[in-house]
Design a protein around this ligand. Structure first.
Ligand SMILES: Nc1ncnc2c1ncn2[C@@H]1O[C@H](COP(=O)(O)OP(=O)(O)OP(=O)(O)O)[C@@H](O)[C@H]1O
Length: 457
């Protein structure tokens, strides 16, 4: 039995890049062509294929490529037979017996889709052997589907003008994937699907999982940095990012690199994806955790603190031999590259011996965002009028900060956090982004950071 899926809106997140790709694909489909979405695993090909099928508003037949497929799995086969026996004894001395045996034909999904004009989504079609997919050639070009010879049914089916095929495939270097015959490639319009960019992945995480946008960015950047160094171009970082975000969201795990639970989730999801030996991959991931911690801490320190008030967190690998860490100075340097911090060392010497587990134990999840940095004492006693600025909570965070600074003139990071009810992630990321965009600038007196103000340019 073939199950037909009805078109219905799905949880598709559209970003400007995806919007353009969808538009192109839709044009080709509307002009009568079938399309082929090609790209590494996890780039969103299947999701886009189903979204396009939804947009075509025809019933959908979904097929998954399989090495075991036979042509009959696509077009159908003879299944059983019907026997008809007529015994004519109208004249008692004459008996006429007619015995007829007929094979029953059962359509398979391609046949049904061609006959009824459905949209066929053939996911990972190149996992089926190329000769099996040959039946598609005449269906796509001559609009005829050829069935095996038979006495009791037509051997050709005229393909409905509404029929469209949307094929997806992974690159041919992948395990278990066959090459595509040129003739089939020639009949399709192929759209290459690269890995979604950082912004797109962030939006997908925010909309699909419901996670905070700065936390989503943190996860995407961490996973991207890990994937790109251990398995470049082979798989997208979107799927592991979604897994991490969903688990963190479901279990209230703060996606901070200094949070032991978060590190465990990341290790379980990411390490097995690496082609490196396990100790190398582990070391790699720990270096990334360190970089993220120091980068955040350096930024926050630069944004808010005097050097002597910097309890920045830093980890050592659990097994020193397996995961030697970069020298502290190197970590600070890499953070400086990221966030252009001042020359002051961001991590105090006495912090260097802080062990990972010590840190994990010493902080509760709720308190972890606070471990990056402590708010300076003077920030707690801000004048009431500074804190009570009316802002629209639905505004984008950067707009809210912009409006706030417009009203107050100058404000420290802690002021901004408190007045706009932001967490440390949101405040740091937004301020960093606004600094990068030149929307705001630092206000310093005698080399000491006083706060932030709207850019004078
Ligand atoms: N635009 C999007 N909106 C919502 N979710 C998306 C989007 N793009 C991708 N995803 C999610 O990302 C994950 C991977 O997407 P998908 O399965 O479509 O990738 P794929 O390229 O088909 O992967 P594979 O080649 O391994 O089959 C899925 O969980 C999917 O829901």
């Amino acid at each position: 039995m073939n199950t037909v899926l009805q078109a219905r809106p799905r949880n598709f997140v559209s970003t400007p890049t995806l919007e353009r790709t969808s538009l192109r694909a839709l044009r080709y489909l509307q002009s009568g062509y079938s399309i082929h979405l090609k790209g590494p695993a996890g780039t969103g090909k299947t999701t886009l294929a189903l979204h396009l099928a939804d947009l075509l508003a025809r019933p959908i037949m979904l097929l998954f490529g399989d090495d075991e497929f036979k042509t009959s799995d696509l077009i159908g086969n003879q299944s059983g037979y019907t026997r008809k026996k007529v015994v004519d004894n109208y004249i008692h001395s004459v008996v006429k017996v007619e015995d007829e045996l007929r094979h029953n034909w059962t359509d398979s999904r391609l046949t049904l889709a061609c006959r009824e004009g459905f949209t066929m989504v053939y996911d990972e079609f190149n996992r089926s052997r190329p000769e099996v997919n040959n039946v598609l050639l005449s269906a796509l070009e001559e609009k005829l589907l050829v069935l095996p010879p038979s006495n009791n049914r037509a051997e050709y089916i005229r393909v409905s003008p509404h029929f469209r095929a949307i094929l997806t495939s992974n690159p041919e270097e992948y395990c278990g994937v066959h090459g595509t015959q040129d003739a089939l490639q020639d009949r399709l319009i192929t759209i290459n699907m690269p890995e979604p960019d950082e912004l797109a992945q962030q939006q997908i995480l925010v909309q699909k999982v419901g996670i905070d946008s700065s936390a989503a960015l943190q996860i995407v950047q961490l996973v991207k940095a890990f994937q790109s160094s251990v398995a470049p171009d082979m798989v997208s970082s979107l799927r592991p990012s979604l897994m991490i975000a969903t688990i963190c969201n479901d279990h209230g795990i703060l996606p901070l690199a200094e949070n032991a639970d978060f590190r465990d989730v990341c290790s379980d999801i990411l390490l097995a994806r690496s082609k490196e030996p396990a100790p190398d991959a582990t070391r790699h991931l720990w270096n990334l955790f360190n970089r993220f911690v120091v980068s955040q801490a350096a930024l926050v320190n630069d944004l808010t603190l005097k050097p002597e008030a910097q309890p920045a967190a830093r980890f050592h690998g659990e097994e020193e031999d397996d995961a030697p860490l970069q020298p502290l100075e190197a970590l600070v340097e890499s953070a400086e590259d990221d966030v252009a911090i001042d020359d002051e060392p961001v991590v105090e010497a006495q912090d260097q011996d802080l062990q990972t587990e010590d840190l994990a134990e010493s902080i509760s999840p709720e308190a972890q965002s606070e471990t990056i940095v402590e708010a300076p004492a003077e920030a707690e006693s801000l004048p009431e009028e500074v804190l009570k600025v009316q802002v629209n909570p639905n505004d984008d965070i950067e707009t809210r900060i912009f409006d706030y600074l417009d009203t107050t003139g100058t404000a420290s990071l802690v002021n901004i956090e408190g007045a706009l009810d932001l967490n440390r992630f949101q405040a740091v990321n937004a301020v960093k982004s606004m600094l990068d965009q030149g929307l705001i600038e630092k206000q310093e007196t005698d080399g000491q950071l006083q706060g932030y103000q709207l850019s004078s340019n």
